[in-house]
Design a protein around this ligand. Structure first.
Ligand code: ACO
Length: 388
């Protein structure tokens, strides 16, 4: 048997870093067994019911609910920062409109980072990081909306300083001012997705920032990770699955077939939740209401059938709908192209990325895990013409 080098801590190897504690945080907490989520101690349901995205972003960043004056100042900053360098639109136009919007958003946001030139501030100046972080949270809405418009062959829509962040994003994306229900749903969707522990995209952002790179690089890393179907990309795939099923009576056979072939059902299951995701519970009621109002009732009925079969089959393993299960029906019912679902997620989650990056930087230590080396410890260098 090949000789193996022993590393300190080797016995603690955890695939996918599952269960590994990488830092301390006061930002948010998930009890996966209970299906319970808090931001800074406040239950997600209370925030969705009473708060705004601006207030929630402030809470995540600064650790407390803002006073009216603090909220007004913060809101004004977000308004001011929503107008971005016009060259970003040129960059989006120069890319193939057939590319996935998350690829366009990742590249455009990274380019915006070059125009913002975060290197002009001292990399140890956390106040400067914070200000740029607030700017980036605001700018994400504009860049994502520009991506949505330009890939559809439509001109960008300038931000409206009179709208709140969620409504302005909806307006810049669709070109239509939201009605009361649309404004409420967008605001709630952005609150619900704003932070969620050490998920893959948040961790990616933190890893990037831990080298003291810059906040735009960290966020670009977060976007790259969020894009994947096992993370933020699941919302788009979930809607596609409901459409493929086509009729409620096809749901059972469709799911049984996928499970027999060990194919994952999108929008179901979660690394942390082993109970119903509280965010999915909130979105479910909106999905039902909006699907009825927009003539998408059949999609909702299909979702109910799939949920029933999945809980019967895998509920005992802790598999329930996650946040991506109902958001697709919600956005589709608002008339939004399914390819834009993950960018909407990014417009919200950027607050969590920035808040966790800043929190970590206060006692920064560059991330540097190790791998267990399972290759040979002794191998010969064979000259190229002697190799078989
Ligand atoms: N469909 C079918 N079976 C599933 C699913 C699913 N969606 N999720 C988990 N399972 C199965 C696993 O294969 C495993 O089976 P086994 O006991 O035979 O090995 C069992 O249920 C337990 O799985 P977990 O350990 O709970 O799942 P894990 O932590 O490995 O994966 C993940 C979590 C990646 C989210 C997974 O559930 C999945 O791929 N879901 C579909 C994609 C999705 O919706 N992603 C969005 C997540 S939320 C977010 O990122 C915003």
């Amino acid at each position: 048997m090949a000789e193996q080098h022993k590393f300190y801590g080797q016995e603690e190897f955890s695939k996918g870093l599952e269960g590994v504690i990488a830092c301390e945080s006061k930002l948010g907490y998930i009890d996966g067994q209970k299906g319970w989520l808090i931001y800074r101690g406040i239950e997600i349901g209370d925030l969705a019911e009473h708060s705004t995205y601006e207030e929630t972003a402030y809470l995540l960043l600064f650790g407390k609910l803002p006073t009216r004056k603090e909220l007004d100042e913060f809101t004004q900053k977000l308004v001011n920062y929503r107008t971005i360098d016009p060259r970003v639109a040129d960059i989006i136009k120069s890319m193939p409109p057939t590319a996935h919007p998350m690829a366009l958003l990742r590249t455009a946001f990274s380019a915006l980072g070059a125009y913002e030139n975060p290197e002009k501030v001292d990399e140890f100046d956390l106040e400067a990081w914070t200000e740029l972080g607030i700017k980036a949270i605001s700018q994400m809405a504009t860049v994502a909306a520009e991506v949505g418009r330009l890939r559809a062959g439509l001109p960008p829509v300038a931000p409206d300083p009179n709208l709140n962040h969620a409504s302005d994003f909806f307006y810049m994306l669709t070109g239509k001012k939201p009605n009361e229900l649309e404004a409420d749903v967008m605001n709630k969707a952005l609150i619900l997705h704003a932070d969620h522990g050490m998920n893959a995209s948040t961790f990616t952002s933190m890893v990037v920032a831990s080298s003291l790179s810059d906040i735009y690089s960290a966020i670009t890393g977060g976007l790259s990770s969020l894009k994947g179907p096992l993370h933020g990309g699941a919302n788009e795939r979930t809607l596609k699955m409901f459409m493929e099923i086509g009729e409620p009576e096809n749901a059972k056979a469709y799911i049984e077939d996928k499970l027999a072939r060990k194919v994952k059902i999108m929008g179901m299951g979660h690394r942390v939740y082993k109970a119903y995701d509280p965010r999915a519970k909130i979105l479910k009621s909106y999905a039902e209401r909006l699907a009825k109002l927009s003539g998408n009732e059949k999609l909702y009925t299909i979702s109910q059938e799939v949920e029933k079969v999945m809980i019967e089959r895998l509920g005992k393993k802790g598999i329930f709908p996650n946040v991506d299960y109902y958001s697709g029906i919600v956005y589709h019912s608002l008339g939004i192209d399914s390819k834009m679902f993950t960018p909407i997620f990014a417009v919200s989650r950027v607050a969590g990325w920035v808040a966790r990056v800043l929190e970590y930087l206060h006692s920064n230590r560059i991330f540097r895990p190790r791998a267990i080396y399972t290759g040979p410890l002794k191998a010969e260098y064979v000259p190229i013409d002697q190799r078989s």
